[in-house]
Design a protein around this ligand. Structure first.
Ligand code: ADP
Ligand code: MG
Length: 493
């Protein structure tokens, strides 16, 4: 499935859930099942298979849950795999790993695959034949080489035109973003203490964020890109005070020029004020829209909680907000299920805007949406940013999305920023081997230029072997240095 939480039980450890498939369908013993599951976890790209094996789903990042679920589907070696957008929420390298893995299993076992996706880059790289569906009808079908590289139907052509792409050859500019940050993180660390026990019964500690420093200039968009599990959501939640960072981390919010609020030590009054000024937009609009509340109540609730306005004023504001996000005020009495995915994301943006915030933290706000809808939501976010003078901390695993919306991009890998610059610099003149690997893994809707998935899946390779001052390991971590004005790279000079 696209959404791993549907097939993973929140109450059981992931390893046990996947083992159960083998014990039920393949009659394997506990030990055999455990060995097969750990081997499959390694195949689907877990560097340390024991960690997901012993984890509960909530302890894994979204991408890791997706990998675990794919392992669950693959472990019993099926004859037919039906994959419904399995890689939509994954970063590019993990996607390449998963696609490469499905391919490899196909070669080994002769398994057939029905692959449902909105991503034409994926189609060009994995499919033999494709059917383009619109409103329940096939518009065009045939061998991928024909449909993707020589589409005949206007709808297929429009889809290809809407596919986002990262800039490949724009001239690097040296434009710099202004000072006056609305948000400043400095040397932020986060250690999770897991439920799992390591050897000698010690609770396992895991450092998800390591020394992250970054700013969001007022009125601008700073983006974080990185693979699943790199710590992006953790940083997002820390920025909003929803997760407490390790002691010593600095998180400063500035509601206006000159004013500074320390997010790590807010008294209750300051906390309420901060919660009005800084809001989150999530990937999955369901997490911010209650299925049992009419839209009018969802939109007026934040105002009611903060005691703002009379009932009539709140209703007016709700209607106004709906208009602002491109929906009709007549929809106020509907429930969330009566809206499409794109409309629901508009609703959650409207709700985030209800308290007139200055900062929006957007955690993969377009990752669950179809391409054309994704483009519309990005346009909306750009419009409201400019209209209301908002600032965004924008988190995504999708480089194409980031290249469009960001003024500044930080590339995160395993809790650390490895490279940071303006998007036209980072996408056209990347320096770090990891950034280069991420860019190489972006699949383009071009059958003639299929990439070697297994090569791309290797990512940047072993960090210890990176040449030219980039090499890193546990003991030796290169600093983030400014190689050119505004371009930061983690390397030894
Ligand atoms: P991203 O958003 O980049 O995919 P996350 O910030 O969600 O990454 O997770 C970063 C790392 O922290 C992952 O390895 C994840 O397993 C771990 N992690 C996240 N939340 C918890 C938690 N509540 N307990 C333990 N580990 C966690
Ligand atoms: Mg995340």
């Amino acid at each position: 499935f696209q959404e791993p939480m549907r097939s993973l039980s929140p109450l059981h450890r992931v390893g046990a859930q996947v083992s159960e498939v083998l014990r039920l369908h393949r009659n394997q013993s506990r030990g055999e099942a455990r060995r097969s599951v750990l081997a499959t976890f390694e195949q689907v790209g877990f560097a340390d298979p024991m960690r997901p094996y012993n984890a509960y789903p909530f302890e894994l990042s979204g991408g890791m849950r997706q990998r675990a679920m794919i392992a669950m589907a693959m472990v019993a070696k099926p004859d037919l795999l039906i994959a419904d957008e399995p890689t939509t929420a994954l970063d590019v390298t993990t996607q390449a790993q998963v696609l490469g893995l499905i391919r490899q299993l196909q070669d080994d076992t002769g398994m057939a695959v029905i692959f449902v996706t909105h991503d034409l880059g994926v189609v060009a790289n994995v499919a033999d034949t494709v059917a383009v569906l619109r409103k329940g009808q096939v518009m065009e079908a045939g061998p991928v080489a024909h449909v993707i590289d020589d589409p005949r139907h206007g709808y297929t052509r429009a889809l290809l035109a809407a596919a986002p792409a990262i800039p490949r050859d724009a001239a690097p500019s040296t434009a710099r973003v202004s000072e006056d940050p609305i948000l400043r993180l400095e040397n932020v660390n986060k250690t999770y203490t897991g439920k799992g026990r390591g050897f000698f019964g010690k609770p396992e500690a895991f450092q998800a964020v390591k020394g992250v420093s970054l700013t969001v200039p007022r009125g601008k968009t700073t983006a974080i890109v990185g693979e699943s599990g790199s710590g992006k959501s953790t940083v997002a939640n820390i920025a909003l005070g929803a997760i407490t960072a390790d002691p010593g981390s600095i998180i400063h919010f500035s509601p206006g020029p000159g004013a500074v609020v320390d997010v790590t030590s807010l008294d209750p009054t300051a906390k309420r004020r901060f919660q009005r000024q800084a809001q989150m937009v999530f990937q999955d609009p369901f997490s911010s829209l209650s299925p049992r509340m009419q839209i009018i109540d969802t939109l007026t609730e934040p105002l009611a909680i903060h005691g703002i306005g009379s009932g009539a004023e709140r209703r007016d504001r709700a209607a106004h907000l709906l208009g602002k996000v491109g929906l009709d005020p007549s929809m106020l009495r509907r429930y969330p299920h009566a809206f499409s995915g794109g409309q629901r994301q508009r609703l959650s943006i409207a709700r985030a805007l209800a308290l007139d915030p200055a900062l929006l933290v957007c955690d993969e706000p377009t990752s669950a949406l179809d391409l054309s809808v994704q483009a519309q939501v990005l346009t909306l976010l750009e419009e409201i940013r400019d209209e209301f003078g908002l600032s965004y901390l924008f988190i995504s695993h999708d480089l194409a999305v980031v290249s469009r919306i960001a003024d500044e991009v930080a590339v995160m890998r395993q809790g650390q920023i490895v490279e940071q610059a303006a998007p036209d610099v980072i996408f056209t003149a990347p320096k770090h081997p990891y950034t280069k690997a991420l860019i190489a893994a972006c699949l383009e809707p071009n059958y003639a230029q299929k990439v070697d998935l297994s090569a791309v899946a290797l990512g940047a390779g072993d960090p210890q072997s990176w040449p030219g001052g980039f090499a890193m390991d546990e003991k030796s971590l290169p600093p983030l240095i400014e190689t050119e004005p505004g371009h930061f790279v983690r390397m030894y000079a």
